[in-house]
Design a protein around this ligand. Sequence first.
Ligand code: HSE
Length: 294
Amino acid sequence: MIKVRVPATSANMGPGFDTLGIAFNLYNEFEFSEDTKEIKFYGFKEEYSNEDNIVYKAMKACFDKCNYKPKGLKIALIKEEIPISRGLGSSSTCIVAGLLGANQIMGNPLSIEELFKIGVEIEGHPDNIAPAFFGGMVVSIVENKNVFYNKIDVKEGISFVALIPDFELSTSLARKVLPTDVGFKEAIYNISRVSLMISAFANGKYELLKYSCKDAMHEKYRSHLIKNYDLVYSKCISLGALSCFLSGAGPTIMAIIKSNDEDIVDNIKSFFYYEDISWDVKEFCIDNWGAMVY
Ligand code: HSE
């Protein structure tokens, strides 16, 4: 039996739309084997227990690339810590696990870089797939159908607090509300901030996140889809968060806090309690390893 563990990820990180992502210590785990004559699904909801399952689609893409015909397949979701459609990369865990599981079944003919490329083709953008594969904070781009990435060595001193709404938001809907064009002003706004932000993560000048972790390309359009977005965002900043960003396409809001700020998580929970906001609050640290096969 092949087991694969893949971390949760947060894409965009504010100004890094479709480019930046980070992996956290929250995981989905999958199990694969070929010792059957049919395709069997375990642990998935009924509606995903068929060949439209994204794990299966990723496996098939891998098998097809290598002209491999599996005898049959057992595909099991054995641990699901990551909530779906919350902007925490749950679908990327399925793609990455499917690719790694299929490659392992075939005896690993494909390199991790080749798997990464297939994963990005399936997902359509690289910013969740890259940290899900490689762990840590990753910059990734697509150039003429090729993918390139680089990990940032993030300095210590910060943690992340995910504020996870009690409702789902599909990425396709959250992409539909975006404009088709971006003005020169917005482009400069984001380029300058994402550059400053990456340098701040690399040298630990976290006081710069207040000015750099800001976006003019997607968050303002998506915020209307998220009830209490402005209230939660501004409260976290007033309670001492270094900055906040929309995690992926949302609806989760990610607060970046100083690791030694012991009060902020309890204060956010109390605020939710008194405002009757039933969102989940989870503190994460960075997963620097990425997906693991064992
Ligand atoms: N970069 C993507 C988006 C991440 O914001 O739509 C969500 O999958």
